[in-house]
Design a protein around this ligand. Structure first.
Ligand SMILES: [Zn+2]
Length: 438
């Protein structure tokens, strides 16, 4: 049956206005006037609630197969859908095997096929030393692009690359028309933690901005040289923004994302011993956070994606509270939209920007713009009914992540996801997610 969706705040690519969506066969057939009528169609009238395009989160660690006790496809996609995300792209680690060969990609695709999934899922591959010959076969089998580390990833079999490994890999990616994602920290400026290992400050000082600044500069230089499409993941250092700005001004295929936790928290407010706040690069100071907001506003940073990276709670070693010993990674997939909207609204940013940062730009990065990322005729009918005026307190028991440990526990957030649709059907009622390939 056809569907007619109405809202007085339809978040369209050209702006927020009263409008209707005509949905047929899971796609948006047309965008029309708010007073449109459609004989025989089922009507969903969102009233004053906003209708946003389903979010596309290109930075999620699902960890299946191999570490599904950390997170899995069933729980991750349910949490995503509950938070307004209708497409996730899974990182090539921390699953076992890591996704750095065609064979490993096939294993991940097989694991995915066996699960009930609530949103669409696509996969990134990885660049590690010596796997250049695997890149094209992985891309042909569906990998959307490839992530690398310039520093120890914490996972032994996902080795980091130096300039000498990266150059041939980037030449190959440029030839293939694929994309490189860079975890931009280098070892050089890192320091041994000095002082109380339970103090957040000790951890922050051990991973200084300089490490990111140097890494972003290296990625920029190699992008200029090879012309490979290059993307910086989880950008945190405000001091490296000028490099991003200048490379983009040259017209090179270079982009960067940041994450909700860098936009919400500030180092000064993180209590000592609270290792659920540990991630890399780290959450930095308040002034750094405000610079990231300014960079989103002026387009230097193009997108906000979650970097949902959970682990088994025991690995966070909360009893000891030592930042040097805890596993790093922030868990917050389901809260990504509300967290970002809460802070955006305080700074006068609206739903149009949220849709650009969290839906349109990530869909473009993933090469999925023909189907995802906008309320536009021809796209999948993925949309979110969202009440921007409602607020709620984060109750970890209501999170659908495999583990409920999150630094957002008890925080008051603005903006409530009321219902989420994937290809025109309630995403949570019947899991109907699919694997999307390049
Ligand atoms: Zn990550």
């Amino acid at each position: 049956m056809d569907l007619l969706v109405k809202s007085r705040r339809m978040v369209l690519p050209e702006g927020v206005r009263p409008a209707s969506l005509h949905v047929r066969d899971g796609r948006i057939a047309a965008v029309g006037r708010h007073d449109a009528a459609l004989a025989g169609a089922r009507l969903i009238d969102a009233g004053d609630d906003a209708v946003l395009p389903g979010l596309v989160d290109t930075h999620v660690h699902v960890n299946q197969p191999g570490r599904s006790e950390w997170e899995g496809y069933c729980t991750a996609t349910e949490a995503a859908a509950a938070g307004g995300i209708t497409t996730i792209v899974d990182m090539p680690l921390n699953s076992v095997p890591v996704t750095t060969t065609l064979r490993a990609l096939r294993e991940k695709q097989a694991a995915l096929r066996g699960e009930r999934i609530s949103c669409d899922v696509a996969l990134w591959g990885g660049v590690v030393p010596g796997n250049v010959a695997e890149l094209e076969p992985m891309a042909q089998a569906g990998a959307l692009g490839f992530k690398c580390f310039l520093i120890d990833s914490g996972i032994e079999e996902f080795r980091w690359v130096g300039e000498g490994d990266l150059r041939p890999a980037m030449r190959e990616l440029a030839r293939m028309g694929s994309t490189l994602l860079v975890h931009a920290e280098v070892q050089g400026p890192m320091r041994e933690p000095r002082g109380d290992p339970r103090a957040y400050r000790t951890y922050l000082e051990s991973r200084p901005r300089a490490s990111e600044n140097e890494a972003v500069a290296l990625a920029a230089r190699l992008c200029r040289e090879t012309r490979a499409r290059t993307h910086i993941v989880h950008h945190s250092s405000a001091d490296a923004l000028e490099t991003v700005r200048s490379v983009r001004r040259e017209g090179l295929p270079f982009s960067a994302e940041t994450c909700p936790h860098y936009l919400f928290f500030a180092a000064e407010e993180i209590p000592d011993g609270r290792t659920e706040f540990k991630c890399a690069p780290p959450i930095r100071e308040r002034d750094n956070r405000e610079a990231l907001w300014a960079a989103l506003a002026d387009g230097t940073l193009e997108m906000v994606v979650s970097d949902h990276s959970p682990c088994a709670p025991a690995l966070k070693k909360l009893e000891q509270g030592r930042f040097d010993e805890a596993w790093g990674g922030i868990s917050g997939l389901q809260l990504s939209l509300a967290v970002t909207f809460t802070e955006a609204a305080k700074r006068g940013r609206g739903l149009g920007e949220i849709a650009r940062w969290m839906s349109e730009a990530p869909a473009r990065l993933a090469g999925l713009s023909a189907r995802k990322g906008a309320l536009r005729a021809g796209c999948d009918a993925d949309f979110v009914i969202f009440d921007p005026e409602a607020s709620f307190t984060v109750d970890p028991a209501r999170l659908r992540h495999r583990h409920k440990l999150t630094p957002y526990a008890g925080r008051e957030l603005r903006g409530k996801v009321k219902q989420v649709f994937l290809r025109g059907e309630d995403a949570l009622e019947t899991p109907r997610g699919e694997e999307l390939r390049r």
